[in-house]
Design a protein. Sequence first.
Length: 479
Amino acid sequence: MMPERHNLKNSITHPVFRQIGNVSDQEGVETYIIGGFVRDVLLGRKREVFDVDIVTVGSGIDLATKVAATLRPGLKVSVFKNFGTAMFRYNDIDFEFVGARRESYRQESRKPVVEDGTLEDDQKRRDFTINALAICLNDNRFGELLDPFDGIGDLENRIIKTPLAPEITFSDDPLRMLRAIRFATQLDFIIEDKTLAAIKSQCKRIEIVSKERITDEINKIMLTPSPSIGFKLLEKTGLLAIILPEVQNLKGRETRNGIGHKDNFYHTLEVLDRIAKNTDDLWLRWSALLHDIAKPLTKRFDPRLGWTFHAHNFIGEKMLPALFDRLKMPLNEKLRYVQKMVSLHMRPIVLSEEEVTDSAVRRLLFDAGDDIDDLMILCEADITSKNPDKVSRFLSNFQLVREKLKDIEERDALRSFQPPITGEIIMETFALQPCREIGIIKSAIKEAILEGEIHNNYDEAYQFMLAKGKELGLIAKQM
Ligand code: ATP
Ligand code: MG
């Protein structure tokens, strides 16, 4: 081990750290930085926003309050009495204080019985060896690294491993199984064999964890550069079948009459990794994960056509509210956005397979509205054929669709389509009470615009309305 690895004085230059050390000396308590901050310093991982966890062998609330008072009069300290923690924000960094503790757990709950403990007790209850590293802040030991479980070795070998026997760590808090997979994905680390085996054997215990926490971890996996790492691990450990059975069911391939279909689980993961290169939008990434979820339900074998997944986009769209609800994801415009992406995900592809007509492009633009660019990103990510000729043909046709989209959009302003003629105008013109004919005329105008028979403007639509009214035997009022 390199000697400077044991002293990290030069890596913790933020003045608040010295201040925490000084106040701790005055109070006669030992205090350490612990957890993610230490791990990321050792990894040289730069983060835009971060929080720092401070553990003291004493009262975390007292220490936080006293340190805050020396930093700035009136600096707000949030105290969570039930958890024995306190935090303040200083220079955009969250400092979280907790007293060192030991914990014991009961089978049926994540809520432990907590007692005061030593630093080592506290390190033992941490989730992984790489998250159990501590740096002392007291003046005479400032920068000293405390690493009872060889977290340094695991950082060097890029390994996720629990400090205690993994069955104990995971049984105490099953959320840690998901955290293991999340860290493996974020850091591109390997989960140590015994740790992985313990996740497999205890995967069912994830059921006692709240849906919000589960979703939070899935979202963190989703937002990494290669989310597939995490989903493969979720699948392998049995967790995926419990938390996202719809995605688990995509796995597998079948062959009949010598015709096989692709494994939609691995296809989906490829789409997800491909889209991750082009967007950081969480909901567009979710759309990629869920775009084919109705394939298992709609799968049929037709001796003439081979495998079909008829209407899997629409059925998929209908499966989403229940899935979002179960995972406590937002049932608002985010859900509606993912539904739209799933229902439309094949449209640009179908377009690029045929001759790209203006009217088909107009219809796509009308249906996708402002989400058209996202839809194109999803669709491009969905092209995962192993055949390079096929891929390059798709991509060049796609380019054509993009150009046509741009062209038509400039002319027709269809992205935020508002009918140029309203129901009121129609009623006024023909002196009508609410009736069927109004709807007929309105949709005829929309069709005429989408078909390119008239332009998307008031004058042309007005003339069209008059002609259509005449056809229906209506008489326009004299103006
Ligand atoms: P990040 O902030 O990137 O999510 P982190 O390691 O800082 O990573 P936090 O959730 O902020 O993770 O937790 C801070 C520290 O608290 C962890 O490093 C770990 O030591 C400990 N910790 C958090 N959650 C758990 C848990 N469920 N079980 C055991 N220890 C935990
Ligand atoms: Mg953190």
